[in-house]
Design a protein around this ligand. Structure first.
Ligand SMILES: [Zn+2]
Length: 207
């Protein structure tokens, strides 16, 4: 992620059928939100975005990939443009910010973006037209309630190449053996520059 601009920039993404589109807009580096302001005092601030592998069982299933990857951003940085289901409306799309889409609302009925609660206080969204998973929010988890995790693979190619490789492995302890081997071999382990591995979801706790 060292390649991310320090000046303001934006990323674009969406689902396969383009019914769900989003843009993430970042201010300059010094103004980007610190992801967990309550982190241990001896640990450095980590500013948005956080780009990580997620080896947990639920996210593996929800994504349909052997390892999930996220770009984690403040909800207020994200703007969605959602295609309406019915033609003839005054505008073919609905614009909403990330924090307006944490919980199901009228957009869930008027557009193809659909919410699914996979566990307590968690909303995931997906496009019900093409099936692409879009986001995850743990809305009661301290430090996470203002964030939204977007599936890294939903970024448009140019944005994905700009963001670069994930910088953390979270839920390392739940990973599939061959997936951990595959990701670890490519992450610099051989040269002693491996990505930090976190046994669960706390990026300040090391394996
Ligand atoms: Zn779609």
């Amino acid at each position: 992620m060292a390649s991310l601009p320090r000046e303001p920039f934006s990323l674009q993404g969406g689902c396969l059928c383009r019914s769900v589109r989003y843009q993430i807009t970042f201010p300059k580096f010094d103004e980007r939100q610190i992801l967990n302001p309550n982190h241990p005092p001896d640990q450095p601030d980590i500013r948005a975005p956080l780009v990580c592998f997620d080896h947990c069982n639920d996210c593996r299933k929800a994504s349909g990939t052997p390892v999930q990857t996220w770009i984690i951003c403040p909800q207020e940085y994200i703007r969605f443009t959602l295609l309406r289901r019915s033609a003839g409306a005054e505008s073919p799309t609905v614009d909403m910010s990330g924090n307006q889409l944490v919980h199901p609302n009228s957009a869930s009925e008027e557009t193809y973006l659909t919410h699914y609660s996979s566990s307590k206080s968690v909303w995931r969204t997906f496009c019900c037209r093409c099936g692409t998973n879009i986001s995850f929010v743990a809305y009661e988890e301290a430090g996470s309630e203002t964030l939204m995790d977007l599936l890294l693979g939903t970024l448009d190619r140019e944005s994905l190449e700009l963001v670069g490789m994930p910088e953390h492995h979270i839920w390392w302890d739940l990973g599939i053996g061959w997936v951990k081997k595959l990701t670890a071999e490519g992450d610099g382990s051989a040269s002693g520059n491996a990505l930090p591995r976190h046994p669960k979801g706390d990026i300040y706790q090391l394996a």
